[in-house]
Design a protein around this ligand. Structure first.
Ligand code: SF4
Length: 276
């Protein structure tokens, strides 16, 4: 299944715009209970006005609130950003740290956010368990666990460590485009033959094809074995993917992924063929 996902989503990536680790940390904080698209609309002006940690530390609270207001929960997020800037200046000489243990002790950054930063800004493999990731790995039978940290550990044992970051993006991409929470497109899913939950969503090919979202819809339908007629229809009718979305609350815990002893599991034969 992992290999099928890699074929389906060769360009899977973080959908937040950033150029530095600090910018990604800020964008990820803003993405809580907000779409990535909305965050990406706000951050160009924000990053121009607040170019470094010291700028956030010395921010005028009202001005910062107004800049990030469109992302929702702006008062709490302002508190987090000012706290983040202050902590990074005071404890890390203005540079965002690059270990899970240090990141999760910063204001506004829990384990999920830290793994996003590690994977996408520092190149340190990390598994990001958001609402899509948790839902899909349960549907695939990769784990029955529901706690995000336990899911992270369980999947880390199934998938080689070097693939953790890309796996996270691919699973989240599939969750946003095909395996939706309420109306999964089982009948148009490239994983149908190996998915133990096939049938939880629409299985009629035509009905399911209309549930597949995004510009990749025609290609995804062909990978699922559907005909050119449905793929052609999807090219003009597929709904756009809404990047991001509600994020589960952070769960700060003891560090794991960035530790030297973190699992570098190479087993590629997990339940339901996780690495197939
Ligand atoms: S077959 Fe259905 S439940 Fe399984 S991954 Fe595809 S859409 Fe999700």
């Amino acid at each position: 299944m992992n290999r099928s996902l890699a074929e389906a989503y060769p360009d899977a990536h973080c959908e937040l715009d950033f150029t530095t680790p600090l910018e990604l940390a800020v964008a990820t904080i803003l993405s809580a209970q907000c779409t990535d698209r909305r965050v990406n609309e706000v951050t160009p002006a924000l990053f121009a006005a607040y170019p470094d940690a010291a700028a956030y530390a010395g921010a005028d609270r009202h001005e910062l609130e107004q800049l990030i207001r469109p992302t929702g929960f702006f008062r709490n997020k302002t508190t987090s950003l000012i706290g983040l800037g202050t902590a990074v200046v005071e404890r890390f000489d203005g540079e965002l740290p690059s270990t899970l243990a240090e990141l999760v002790r910063l204001p506004g950054i829990g384990r999920k956010t830290a793994n996003v930063i590690l994977g996408d800004a520092f190149g340190v493999p990390g598994i990001t368990v958001d609402t899509h990731f948790g839902r899909l790995v349960q549907r695939w039978g990769w784990t029955a666990l529901t706690d995000p940290v336990k899911i992270e550990h369980a999947i880390g044992e199934l998938i080689p460590r070097r693939e953790w970051t890309l796996l996270s993006h691919r699973v989240i991409f599939h969750g946003r485009r095909v395996c939706h929470s309420r109306r999964p497109a089982c009948g148009a899913c490239l994983l149908a033959r190996s998915c133990p939950s096939y049938g939880v969503g629409a299985v009629d090919p035509e009905q399911a094809a209309r549930l597949v979202k995004g510009v990749e819809a025609p290609r995804l339908l062909r990978l699922a074995g559907l005909g050119d007629d449905l793929a052609a229809e999807a090219a003009t009718t597929a709904k756009p993917v809404e990047p991001g979305g509600p994020t589960p609350s952070e769960t700060p815990v003891a560090p794991r992924a960035a530790e030297p002893a973190a699992s570098a599991a190479t087993d590629e034969s997990g339940p339901s063929g996780a690495a197939r």
